[in-house]
Design a protein around this ligand. Structure first.
Ligand code: GUN
Length: 288
């Protein structure tokens, strides 16, 4: 069997075209969606992500601002900027790119963002609302992953879903979303005994561990839907420098029913759902 590829670039493009129309409609009412991105330090990957976010805003007709700080900036300077952005009516979403340098208390920085502008969905209020199934900003990566099921007509209700990874950004919110959608969810992590046995039960397998090709072909149930959230850079061998996921794609695609590639799978959908949340925030600003 060769799996059907879930194309994140194509889905992202389709959704973003719709966002552009909604953004122009909001602009006509004086509320063009606006995103502020804060970057601290010189992490190369973060610089790329931030650039991609700002470019995605421009392409979708959103307003955006980037605020970049030296790695040794005093945290209060960033907190003061967040307070200013919280009060700025042009800004509907504020994103602080993670990770922050070690001298920062990342939780305190994230909690400084006004809840109605927390488009990453990282604040405790948002996390709580997500858990209770109430209106919230859904964290962008798991939100994007869920869109693949909808697009490909994959039923989640009643399925066995196994998530490998328990991070606040992906694993935990993904578990909530799959549970709300009717799946029976297992969350595996570094202490899990017999990971392979869990994975082999999965109709839906989400890999969010951050270890290159950790999920091998023999860990996948035939016909399963495999969502690969990992983005790893291969350090040696003939493919050195290339990106790969947490799943051994070449082997997995011979077993799975559907699979997201890396790159071109979940990655483009993360930024797309950041735009979706910013748009939603702008729409809410008109109705409140
Ligand atoms: N760093 C890695 N992923 C993310 C994300 O989704 N949001 C933010 N703010 N930082 C990140």
């Amino acid at each position: 069997m060769t799996a059907q590829i879930l194309d994140g670039n194509a889905l992202a493009q389709k959704l973003r075209a719709g966002f552009k129309v909604r953004a122009e409609a909001l602009a006509a009412q004086g509320a063009r969606p606006g995103l502020a991105v804060i970057l601290v330090g010189e992490n190369a990957a973060s610089q790329v992500y931030v650039r991609n976010k700002v470019n995605a805003c421009a392409q979708a007709g959103f307003y955006s601002e980037k605020h970049a700080y030296a790695p040794d900036v005093v945290p209060q300077v960033v907190l003061d900027k967040i307070a200013e952005l919280n009060a700025d009516p042009k800004i509907h979403g504020i994103l602080v790119q993670l990770p922050l340098p070690k001298h920062f208390n990342a939780d305190a920085v994230l909690e400084a963002i006004a809840p109605q502008k927390d488009v990453d969905g990282f604040r405790a209020e948002n996390v709580g609302a997500l858990m209770q199934g109430k209106r919230c900003f859904i964290p962008c990566t798991p939100y994007g992953a869920m869109k693949f099921f909808e697009e490909a007509g994959i039923t989640v209700k009643g399925k066995e879903a196994v998530i490998v990874g328990r991070s606040n950004i992906v694993g935990k919110p993904m578990a909530m979303l799959l549970m709300h959608a009717g799946a029976t969810v297992t969350v595996c992590h570094s202490q899990t005994r017999d990971l392979k046995a869990h994975c082999l039960r999965a109709d839906i397998l989400v890999a969010a561990i951050g270890k290159a090709k950790m999920i091998t072909g023999d860990m996948i149930k035939p016909g399963a839907v495999v969502i690969d959230v990992g983005i790893n850079r291969i350090s040696e061998g003939p493919d050195a420098g290339k990106l790969c996921g947490d799943v051994d794609f070449a082997a997995a695609k011979e077993v799975a029913g559907f699979i997201t590639p890396v790159p071109g799978g979940v990655g483009p959908m993360t930024i797309t759902m950041l735009l979706a949340n910013t748009l939603e925030s702008a729409e809410r600003s008109l109705s409140t």
